[in-house]
Design a protein around this ligand. Structure first.
Ligand code: HEM
Length: 365
């Protein structure tokens, strides 16, 4: 039956040719490793966020008077509503975690280097957009946590010279966080950002297909990356392993490991994405004692606190982000093996330790 369907489609739209070109005949480096499957894991996570988000929208009401009640209704009354909501909330945290791992792996294997600068830049923009979609989604339940975390986050824009107060008012749709903030944040969260992210993922994958996937700098292939800027060149891997079925098995293994961890958190640590303030409706007149942003914003939060002025803290962060975004244009040496780049490796490890230390400090402070 399946064979007949395949032949029917092949006669009409040449499915065989696509399978040969994109799957069985798409050859990957022989020394490819598990880290390359994180991109596929991210695709699955994004798809799951879209599906669970759509399901939540059936009962969620983006109105300041009704949002909290609608979320409570989803958790307590809608069949499996709790599961959908937990998958969405835990999934957003997991997506940031896997994004960071994917970024670190391309960083350490030097695959951001020429000719893949644009893969890095589109990826880095995706990281910023995913943080943006998480931040805007945080307000949706209209809890004390949502309300005050958004107040703190939008307030940091006030440090921008001259434009600061206007920027805060533009973000909030008023002087304070209120019903208009929920309207604009929800529009960004459920309509604008998902479309922009999907389009950018498309661009990221298009670039991958145009440059060809990099070979890991370990093992049998050379470690240097002799890029000739004279003309366009697709990096193929003759004699490599087929994407289908070989690497698809690796992708499926990584996706299964991801699901094991993800579902373990959903079922055994369902409180992970929430603090007690997430279960209290927003009250603009009652500031909770401890309002902290999500774990991946803790380092930014602490940086703002340790500098004598918010503007200085913001500028240091902007400089660090710009440096990272433009890294492929700054680090131009062709060497990709991490152990043959000792200064770079030391800086990466120091950067990771600093980020962890600031996050822990932000959590405890
Ligand atoms: C929603 C977010 C993202 C998705 C869905 C995604 C997906 C993918 C996929 C499927 C690949 C090919 C296989 C692989 O190497 O894993 C890839 C490669 C790549 N990604 Fe991403 N990615 C995302 C975010 C990022 C981020 C945040 C960065 C870095 C800042 C990044 C940098 C790269 C680079 C440099 C490559 C080329 C790797 C090579 O050719 O060896 N990506 N991405």
């Amino acid at each position: 039956m399946l064979k007949r369907l395949y032949r029917w489609l092949d006669l009409r739209i040449g499915v065989g040719e696509i399978v040969e070109k994109e799957l069985t005949g798409y050859l990957l480096p022989r020394n490819i490793n598990e880290w390359y499957s994180l991109g596929s894991v991210l695709l699955v996570i994004f798809a799951l966020q879209v599906v669970t988000g759509m399901l939540l929208m059936i009962y969620y009401v983006p109105d300041a008077d009704k949002a909290f009640k609608s979320v409570t209704f989803i958790m307590n009354e809608v069949p499996f509503g709790w599961l959908i909501r937990l998958c969405h909330a835990v999934g957003s945290n997991m997506m940031v975690a896997v994004l960071i791992l994917h970024m670190l792996s391309t960083l350490l294997m030097g695959s951001y280097k020429a000719p893949r600068e644009l893969n890095w830049v589109t990826g880095f923009t995706l990281l910023a957009l995913v943080q943006g979609i998480s931040l805007t989604g945080y307000l949706a339940p209209w809890s004390q946590l949502s309300f005050w975390a958004t107040t703190v986050a939008t307030n940091s824009a006030s440090a921008v010279p001259v434009l600061g107060p206007y920027l805060v008012e533009f973000l909030r749709g008023g002087k304070l966080v209120g019903p208009p903030t929920l309207g604009r944040f929800f529009a960004l969260h459920a309509a604008v950002l998902p479309v922009v992210i999907a389009a950018l993922i498309g661009a990221h994958l298009f670039l991958l297909k145009r440059t060809g996937i990099s070979a890991p700098p370990f093992g049998r292939e050379g470690t240097a990356n002799p890029f000739e800027a004279q003309q366009y060149h697709y990096q193929g891997h003759p004699g490599g392993i087929p994407f289908f079925p070989n690497y698809v098995l690796q992708d499926l293994t990584s996706i299964s490991v991801y699901f094991a961890i993800f579902l373990a958190v959903v079922f055994f640590w369902p409180g992970m994405p929430f603090t007690p303030d997430a279960f209290v409706p927003a009250d603009p007149f009652k500031t909770p004692a401890h309002i902290k942003p999500e774990w991946y914003f803790l380092a930014n939060y602490q940086t703002l606190k340790i500098f004598p002025s918010e503007l200085l803290g913001l500028s240091v962060q902007a400089a660090a982000m710009t440096f990272l975004a433009l890294l492929p244009f700054i680090d131009r040496s062709p060497e990709r093996h991490p152990l043959k780049r000792p200064i770079f490796l030391t800086l990466v490890i120091a950067g990771i330790l600093l980020w962890i230390a600031l996050s822990v400090w932000g959590h405890l402070s």
